[in-house]
Design a protein around this ligand. Structure first.
Ligand SMILES: [Zn+2]
Length: 165
């Protein structure tokens, strides 16, 4: 194990979690880093339930929603992949070059630019539901759950009294 990984692992463990879901660190070999983090702290229980849990039980069956998220990632494919590293406080998404072993394809939130995977992307309707917008693919773009709920809440306040269908 290279000393650089050790330093980076310790830095990641000690640092407060940076902005929304993606760390600014670009790591050459994330699987090696994960192995080292596990070695230091003991492999933590995998915490995945916190990611992408909005919209469960709504807007179609789970298979259809997953296919929709897969379509969003492939259609709006970013120039980077991501690797999810499990830390104490939950998963951290790390940006890697495409083709990196263990990397997952990603797309970017249309609003804040954060990298999103099939597990974290949400479908934002360009024409919102309260204006009759549907989940047809020509009305969809990728959003992180935070931006999606913020824009939804803003719209709701704007149009008080008219709830989304
Ligand atoms: Zn966002």
């Amino acid at each position: 194990m290279k000393q650089a990984y050790v330093d980076q692992a310790l830095h990641l463990l000690n640092a407060p979690r940076p902005a929304p879901e993606v760390s600014p660190y670009v790591i050459a070999d994330p699987s090696a880093l994960q192995a080292h983090v596990d070695q230091i702290v003991g492999a933590p229980p995998i915490v995945r339930a916190q990611r992408g849990t909005t919209n469960r039980n709504a807007r179609g069956g789970s298979d259809g929603r997953r296919r929709r998220r897969e379509w969003l990632v492939s259609c709006f494919r970013a120039d980077k992949d991501v690797v999810v590293i499990e830390l104490f406080h939950g998963p951290m998404t790390v940006e890697v070059e495409t083709g990196t072993e263990g990397g997952q394809p990603a797309c970017r939130c249309y609003r804040c630019g954060v990298l999103l995977t099939v597990d974290t992307v949400t479908a934002d309707r360009i024409k919102p539901g309260c204006q009759g917008g549907t989940y047809r693919r020509d009305n969809l773009r990728p959003a992180c759950s935070r931006c999606n709920s913020e824009t939804g809440a803003a719209l709701g306040n704007e149009r008080k009294g008219r709830k989304r269908a």
